[in-house]
Design a protein around this ligand. Structure first.
Ligand SMILES: C=C(O[C@@H]1C=C(C(=O)O)C=C[C@H]1O)C(=O)O
Length: 162
């Protein structure tokens, strides 16, 4: 029988719902290796073939430590992502507020906007932190590149408008 540890969590419930034990179970994976989308084909003692769609009630593999069903776990994870995205934008706003103040200071003291030595230090710190946290170097470079570019543009605008 093809019953995997993953499906054994789900199958007994549905079999009980059928009210009769199947003679055999055969699992048809709708999309191979996509464990969250599958159909279970059941033949009852009476020889009736039935197909149970697990699409809406799919349990996640217990080995990943998820207890809830797919939709609940997905909603919970996405709510976490929403919070993080909000924090990210809040932090960007905070950074730009400081950057603008630096821009004003530079304008008053007739200093250039760009400070490549400081930029190198900023990037090195970010890369070091990213390495510790397992964030890709490529992503970190791209992210810092965008931040530095926009920070300098914001400063240049402050200097122009002052
Ligand atoms: C904010 C500054 O101005 C520019 C922007 C930087 C940044 O966004 O981190 C760093 C160096 C400068 O090119 C600064 O000098 O500190």
């Amino acid at each position: 029988m093809l019953l995997t540890a993953h499906l054994s969590l789900v199958v007994p419930v549905h079999v009980r719902q059928l009210g009769q034990l199947p003679q055999w179970l055969s699992i048809v994976w709708q999309k191979s290796h996509q464990k969250l989308s599958k159909k279970l084909r059941v033949r009852t003692k009476e020889g009736i073939n039935m197909t149970i769609d697990f699409e809406s009630e799919t349990k996640l593999p217990s080995k990943h430590g998820y207890g809830g069903d797919y939709a609940n776990v997905l909603a919970e994870l996405r709510s976490g992502i929403n919070q993080i995205d909000k924090q990210l934008i809040n932090l960007v706003a905070e950074r730009f507020s400081k950057v603008s103040e630096v821009g004003d200071l530079k304008a008053i003291f007739h200093q250039p906007v760009e400070d490549s030595k400081r930029e190198h230090w900023v990037l090195d710190q970010a890369l070091e932190n990213a390495k510790r946290k397992g964030v890709s170097e490529f992503l970190t470079r791209e992210l810092m590149d965008v931040l530095l570019k926009h920070s300098k543009a914001a400063q240049a605008k402050r200097v122009r408008d002052l």
